[in-house]
Ligand binder design. Sequence first.
Ligand SMILES: *[C@@H]1O[C@H](CO)[C@@H](O)[C@H](O)[C@H]1NC(C)=O
Ligand SMILES: *[C@@H]1O[C@H](CO)[C@@H](O)[C@H](O)[C@H]1NC(C)=O
Ligand SMILES: *[C@@H]1O[C@H](CO)[C@@H](O)[C@H](O)[C@H]1NC(C)=O
Ligand SMILES: *[C@@H]1O[C@H](CO)[C@@H](O)[C@H](O)[C@H]1NC(C)=O
Ligand SMILES: *[C@@H]1O[C@H](CO)[C@@H](O)[C@H](O)[C@H]1NC(C)=O
Ligand SMILES: *[C@@H]1O[C@H](CO)[C@@H](O)[C@H](O)[C@H]1NC(C)=O
Ligand SMILES: *[C@@H]1O[C@H](CO)[C@@H](O)[C@H](O)[C@H]1NC(C)=O
Ligand SMILES: *[C@@H]1O[C@H](CO)[C@@H](O)[C@H](O)[C@H]1NC(C)=O
Length: 907
Amino acid sequence: MGFLLSNYQLTICILLYSLIFCFSSSAHLCHNHESTALLQFKQSFSFNCSVSVGCYRTSGSHNTDSWKEGTDCCAWDGVTCDNTTSHVIGLDLFCNCLYGTIHPNSSLFNLVHLQHLDLSLNNFNHSQILPSFGRFTNLTHLHLNYSYLSGPIQSSSEEVWQGNNVSNSIFHLQKLQVLWLYGNRKLTGKLQSFINGTLRHLRSLALSEIDFTGELPNSIGQLEYLEELYLYDCNLFGTIPTSLGNLKKLRMLALGGNNFNNGQFPSSIGHLKNLEELYLQSCNFFGTIPTSLGNLKKLRILYLPGNNLINDQFPSSIGHLKNLEELYLSDCNFSGTIPRSLTNLTRLIYLDLSYNNFEGPIPQLFSNFSQLQSIDFSNNQLTGPIPSSITGLPNLQSLYLGSNSINGTIPPSLFHLVNLTDLDLSSNNLSDTVELDTFAKLEYLVFLDLSNSGLSLTTTNSTPFSFRKIWTLQLSSCNISKIPEFLKTRKEFLEMLDLSNNCLNEELNPLCNLHSLVYLDLSNNQLAGLIPTCLGNFNGNLTLLNLKRNNFHGIPQTFGYASMLQELDISHNKLQGVLPRSLANCTNLEVLNVGHNFIEDAFPFWLENLPQLKIIVLRDNKFHGPIPRKRLAFTNLHIIDMSHNEFTGTLPSEHFESMHSMMMDDEDKSSLNYMGDGNGYYYSVTIMNKGLEMELVKIITIFKAVDFSHNKFHGNIPISIGRLKALYVLNFSGNGLTGLIPMSLGDLTKLESLDLSQNKLSGEIPQQLTKLTFLEVLNFSQNNLTGLIPRGGQFETFSNTSYEGNLGLCGFPLSKNCGNVQIAEPPTLPSSFSRNFKFKFDGFGWEAVLMGYACGALLGLLIGSCIIQRKEEWLVRIFGVKRCQHGKRSKKVWKKLAHTKSIINCL
Ligand SMILES: *[C@@H]1O[C@H](CO)[C@@H](O)[C@H](O)[C@H]1NC(C)=O
Ligand SMILES: *[C@@H]1O[C@H](CO)[C@@H](O)[C@H](O)[C@H]1NC(C)=O
Ligand SMILES: *[C@@H]1O[C@H](CO)[C@@H](O)[C@H](O)[C@H]1NC(C)=O
Ligand SMILES: *[C@@H]1O[C@H](CO)[C@@H](O)[C@H](O)[C@H]1NC(C)=O
Ligand SMILES: *[C@@H]1O[C@H](CO)[C@@H](O)[C@H](O)[C@H]1NC(C)=O
Ligand SMILES: *[C@@H]1O[C@H](CO)[C@@H](O)[C@H](O)[C@H]1NC(C)=O
Ligand SMILES: *[C@@H]1O[C@H](CO)[C@@H](O)[C@H](O)[C@H]1NC(C)=O
Ligand SMILES: *[C@@H]1O[C@H](CO)[C@@H](O)[C@H](O)[C@H]1NC(C)=O
């Protein structure tokens, strides 16, 4: 967390702001025409706080509230006048919920004396940055970041061509020192234009998150006064020009999230002797960090996660950066032992080496680091014990050692780190039995994760008063047999509780006090009896409830007033009776998994009113009866698994026609995402796919599946099934279906697994199915199909087993030939055809599902919980939205974020 909150940075940031906007009131009255212009400007907008990014003003006042006709506009909030001339020279409407368009004739452009203009974090509804901005000839500060501007930022040459006045453009504001346009993703233009113009006096240029697809121009070196340059996530590629080294005044450089595909870490950065902060995350760099980096004696922050620095040598140049306070090298492919050169960095406050391949023991180098507040060594291959020298870090607040192979016992010195707020020892090989309350000596603990650490925890001496500040407690697989006492009395703070994979078998009612819980995971214990009513009624906070793999036999009918509940997993219990109808009140429910129980009920059509419901698993219960023959409102369903029940009747054609989400295959592949709660927690589900039971630890949003297998459905497969074009998995096996395989199945072009086995289907296999180019598994066995097996496409890859038990089928791959029927030649396709498609499949289907793509967790977090302070806005400015690079880090991110969130809320 620390890296988000360096006090020093924030101070600088705040200072900067107070320099920019000194809200000096003037003794002079403002000019009438300026007062009118301001009022007109105000009137041209509506005020809608819900449409601005990053600005979450739920209530409170706007600067414009004080703008009243007949009063002195120099006294209005957000307006600054010149002391002598009384002209309006400053206008600050940052995050003022303005919504509307800025027109070319806007009265704003009458305020020609403006020197400072801040309209950031409003919603200008895709207005353009008009040439009229060029009228502010004395403008020194222009802030238009995150304000929904779009269209071309015109370059001077384009304007000449259009016959416009060349000087009328922001590129010619000669006095401009600060220009922030970042976060307007729909702006277009050329980076070159900013350099070609007359913006020679720029000190701070922030153009992050604008798509400038292209190379970073060599002429960037001309902006010699630059102190801050933000070009994060601008779709830049190519090399970083050596001229960058000319920017001798640069203190802050953020080029992360671009694809500098020529790869070498730019050694010219070593010339930037005044650099204090360097952000180059996810830049596609590989190879060594150049020794010249060691020249940056003033560097305080080095942020390089997500590069491919594949050499085994840890860069010794980093050992020369003696002023370094923050070092982030996670996910850089480093290996070897944790380097000695770190010992030189005695000022370090934050050290993040997570997600590398560091091995060997944790070095005893801590005595040098009296300032250190946060260590993240998680997700490496570190071995050996937790060094007892760790006690030499009096200021340590966060210690993340999770997902390593650390062994031995917990050194008593760990408990001397009384300032610890975050402790992660999860997924290690520790061997120790510890009383949980020993950790309570760390009285400021907010985040504690001991899951799978190898530790056995006793809770017998637990007191009601321990862990007073805890927000996140993750104790999965810790051999716990008794619910710790403090959980029974705690009413506040605790948001996440994971006691899964333990041996709990007691009453849960004492947990009913935990009203602040957001995530509760008690899966894989021996809990029995009725599921406590209270768990279903944590109205307002609980979003995830996982009770799977216990011995619960009943679920109260009054369960389900949890209005925030998004995922409910009560699968693999012994639940009897009917589903509580009150679940229909959980209007935010997205995932309902009641699989593997003894529930006897009709099809829960009454769930159709849950507008968010995306996944229903009824698998392996005693659900029975027909599915109503009417259109149901399950429009958002992604996965429906009704297999292994006793449903009867025909397949519900009307029902398929209303599954809109399964029809939509228009999802934008560049924004592949996982289903989750939006805060970095991802849903998981176990499904049958390709003949195997698979746990999807994360579910990519484009994945859609229908499994009605092993019921007693009869009749035809409805033609309407062909409308579910987004399906990846379709399973109707083990029913009594008759008739032909509908040709419309050939429309399911995404299908990867099709199982119609063990039915009574007859007729020929439709040739249309050869169009299914992603089909990897096909099972038509045990039917009454006849005729020639089609050839071409994926059909060249299926084996006999796909067709077994259909006496009338003939042709490849079966040995039975079709008599005098002409054997169709396989269509002429490149020989790599099938493998190509498999490759595509691997890259875009399951592997994508299991491995991961982009991750927007932090965006949701930063934006979702922002309060109005420029601090957060500053965080977004530097980091943009792509802090986490790879899906593989999901769980960790979630853990950390859960805590981060709390802190951000407390800023
Ligand atoms: C204008 O007046 C305010 C207070 O009256 C003062 O703080 C500020 O320094 C003055 N600015 C200039 C430029 O004189
Ligand atoms: C711009 O600033 C200069 C020098 O301070 C001043 O003379 C001029 O009047 C200003 N122009 C406007 C439009 O305010
Ligand atoms: C920048 O200026 C150069 C010549 O000075 C010109 O060739 C180029 O087209 C200009 N680019 C833009 C985007 O204005
Ligand atoms: C520590 O810094 C000194 C002086 O800059 C340098 O000579 C030495 O090699 C550094 N030590 C390590 C271990 O990098
Ligand atoms: C805990 O941190 C504070 C400052 O954050 C420091 O003054 C104090 O000495 C630390 N506690 C210990 C035991 O070192
Ligand atoms: C810890 O692991 C190291 C090497 O992996 C081994 O040599 C050592 O004996 C282990 N210690 C314990 C206490 O298991
Ligand atoms: C949700 O959690 C908050 C914070 O702990 C708590 O104040 C509130 O009472 C909880 N809401 C409900 C409905 O229990
Ligand atoms: C839903 O909740 C309301 C009160 O909050 C209750 O009156 C109603 O009966 C509930 N519906 C079901 C199906 O339980």
